[in-house]
Design a protein around this ligand. Structure first.
Ligand SMILES: *Cc1c(COP(=O)(O)O)cnc(C)c1O
Length: 366
């Protein structure tokens, strides 16, 4: 169609993002009651949201006629990371800040690097901006930093790194990452996406925000969608040099984060009890699911997130068998892994439902 031909070729090249199947959609499609459906498809927090955040939302509902004021959340984040508020960019989910950094640095004639099997939003944001994509083959399903460094071209302006990565759960040791930062030319932006940072055991975690003092080309992104349980409110942020943050804020829509999200995130940031409970549940649930996968003979990739990816073989058939039993997991064929499925760690009961459905699917043709 002529009007389609008039559109930008880089936009036509985008593969649409495929979200996890919503619970109500499965209910409609298969006539399964909503309360019998277990969704372990989108790395959401099975504990819901922090009770403190819920109270903050209730209160914020009273002033929705006002435009958002981001002062409190910015102050709380600046305080948490001991950085000026001029180094912060808030986003409507961290996907929004990924898009902002792409808009600041990418355009036709510029290239951008990311790993095979890395998060789907990197090619999406990069293609929207018109940049050329360079996908570097993965090493054992994770980022191959040496190969990525060698793949940098003179026209490369931005490198995307997810640590841990989604959907593989792979994790780059901090010394390797720091060495990579030292090796990357200073005029190439490195986006370090740490959506799952809070799931790293505290003993293993390094404060990457301290690296911002050393590397002026580093942009760290984090989110309230995962351990903080606020995926539906859409709120995340970037930490960067004041210069980069300023540029990202120029292309940002003035009120990209809404009142409810700002209030909830500010309260959630301080709910250490909820974060600790979510972390502990993920640890025990990961063990439960990994043991179950082993018992049923499914190989998995060791994961540092709140999900685990396992080799299903005929993933489409297994997925359908799970769906028929009301269990939603995530096919990841779009990530170049057509034989694998990704399952989010749920509550103990949800994990059990998944494992039982898996066993049932193996035994019987549904
Ligand atoms: C979930 C996720 C995000 C966060 O997305 P939001 O827009 O903040 O909900 C970012 N990066 C990765 C790798 C993710 O898995």
């Amino acid at each position: 169609m002529a009007l389609c031909d008039q559109s930008l070729p880089n936009v036509r090249a985008i593969s649409p993002y495929l979200p996890g199947k919503p619970i109500t959609q499965l209910a409609r499609e298969m006539g399964i009651p909503v309360e019998r459906i277990v969704k372990l498809a989108s790395n959401e927090n099975p504990l819901g949201m922090s009770p403190k955040a819920r109270m903050a939302v209730d209160q914020a509902v009273g002033s929705l006629e006002r435009y958002p004021d981001d002062f409190d959340l910015k102050s709380a984040l600046a305080n948490r990371f001991s950085l000026g508020t001029d180094r912060l960019v808030l986003g409507n989910g961290s996907n929004d800040v990924l898009d902002l950094v792409a808009r600041v640095y990418l355009a036709p004639g510029r290239s951008t690097l990311f790993s095979q099997h890395a998060f789907a939003v990197y090619p999406l944001a990069s293609l929207s901006a018109g940049a050329e994509l360079i996908a570097v083959p993965a090493k054992e399903y994770g980022h191959d930093l040496d190969a990525m460094r060698e793949a940098i071209r003179p026209d490369t302006r931005l490198i995307w790194i997810a640590n841990p990565n989604n959907p593989t759960g792979t994790f780059l040791p901090y010394p390797q990452l720091e060495a990579f930062m030292c090796a990357v030319p200073e005029d190439v932006i490195v986006v370090l996406d740490e959506a799952y940072n809070e799931y790293i055991p505290p003993g293993e975690r390094v404060d990457t925000t301290a690296w911002l003092q050393m590397f002026s080309n580093l942009v760290i992104t984090r989110t309230f969608s995962k351990i903080y349980g606020l995926a539906g409110l859409r709120i995340g942020y970037a930490l960067a040099s004041a210069e980069i943050a300023d540029l990202m804020n120029r292309v940002r829509q003035p009120f990209n984060c809404n009142n409810l999200a700002l209030a909830a995130a500010t309260a959630a940031l301080d709910d250490h009890e909820f974060v600790a409970r979510s972390y502990a549940l993920n640890r025990s649930g990961m063990e439960q699911i990994v043991n179950g996968l082993k018992r049923h003979g499914f190989p998995h990739i060791p994961s540092h997130g709140n999900f685990v990816t396992f080799k299903a073989g005929d993933a489409a058939t297994l997925n359908l068998k799970l769906l028929k039993q009301g269990v939603i997991v995530r096919p990841i064929g779009g990530y170049g892994m057509p034989e694998w499925l990704r399952v989010t760690i749920g509550t103990e009961a949800e994990n059990l439902r998944f494992l039982e459905a898996l066993e049932h699917a193996q035994r019987k043709v549904l």
